[in-house]
Ligand binder design. Structure first.
Ligand SMILES: [Zn+2]
Length: 278
């Protein structure tokens, strides 16, 4: 695991975001386009509201170190599951790197990001960037249950990595070039991409937890918390609300698709791009 904590940029680190679009029937995903043609998949926040990052490095605490271990364990477990899944299809899974950060981080593939973006995956450098302050907010709100919510967030981000490896992102990019409007809206490729990542998180949970061990309430709480924390952060830190409430789908949609992956354990069931309503 790479530790980029304390890497405050000390200046405004804007992350450009561009719309993708959605297509009538055949669908794909949503990517956030950066001005340089690179994109990232931020989670929970509108990256256009990136805030000024503080320059003081985040102090490293024992609590944070154990969190680092926990995050590393979860990420390794999720990637072990995907290694097996890929192997079953005769493919090999290329592991993503996990980077922890606080306040701000400079990426190789997606420019600079601040904690306003939250946890995100950068397809350009195949890294998952975990915002530690996001975890702390969630833990404060949820207590011990926050750890499951955090694990879900990590699994969701690695779900985006899977989408990158399987070529889904490329398909979306092609669609977007044809019609930049396909990403938007409640049925757009952006939402479908996010819901598929939720479903992929469910695929991991299927392998990680025995059937029936996860209560519906656990999941609901985790997803609600992740969203609530995201909204709270946006509003408190930038003074503005998230403009696109459809980016991740509704809570009910997210729970539904996580459940689909959790029940079957098969990524092929995560067909959020099939024609029709999601
Ligand atoms: Zn996502």
């Amino acid at each position: 695991m790479i530790d980029a904590r304390g890497g405050g940029l000390g200046r405004r680190a804007g992350v450009g975001a561009g719309g993708l679009g959605l297509t009538g029937v055949l669908i794909v995903l949503a990517l956030q386009l950066l001005s340089g043609g690179k994109f990232e998949v931020p989670d929970g926040f509108d990256p256009s509201t990136a805030i000024t990052a503080g320059s003081a490095p985040a102090p490293s605490s024992a609590d944070e170190d154990s969190l680092a271990q926990f995050s590393g364990r979860v990420a390794a477990d999720v990637q072990d599951v995907w290694t097996d899944v890929f192997k079953q299809s005769g493919e090999s899974y290329r592991r993503a790197k996990i980077v922890r950060y606080s306040q701000a981080v400079s990426t190789d593939g997606c420019g600079n990001a601040t904690s306003a973006v939250g946890p995100f995956y950068c397809p350009g450098d195949e890294r998952v960037y975990l915002d530690m302050s996001f975890y702390r907010d969630m833990r404060t709100q949820l207590g011990a249950t926050g750890d499951f919510a955090w694990a879900y967030v990590i699994a969701h981000e690695l779900g985006h990595h899977v989408q990158n490896l399987t070529g889904t992102f490329d398909e979306v990019r092609k669609l977007e070039q044809d019609d930049p409007s396909v990403a938007r809206g409640a049925q757009g490729t952006s939402v479908r991409t996010e819901l598929q990542a939720d479903c992929y998180a469910g695929v991991w949970a299927h392998a990680a937890y025995g059937f029936g061990q996860l209560e519906k309430g656990d999941l609901q709480e985790a997803i609600t918390a992740a969203e609530a924390v995201g909204d709270d952060r946006l509003q408190s830190r930038s003074g503005s609300v998230r403009p696109d409430t459809f980016t991740h789908g509704t809570s009910a949609q997210r729970q539904h698709w996580f459940q689909v992956g959790y029940d079957s354990g098969k990524p092929s069931d995560c067909d959020t791009f099939s024609p029709g309503e999601i």
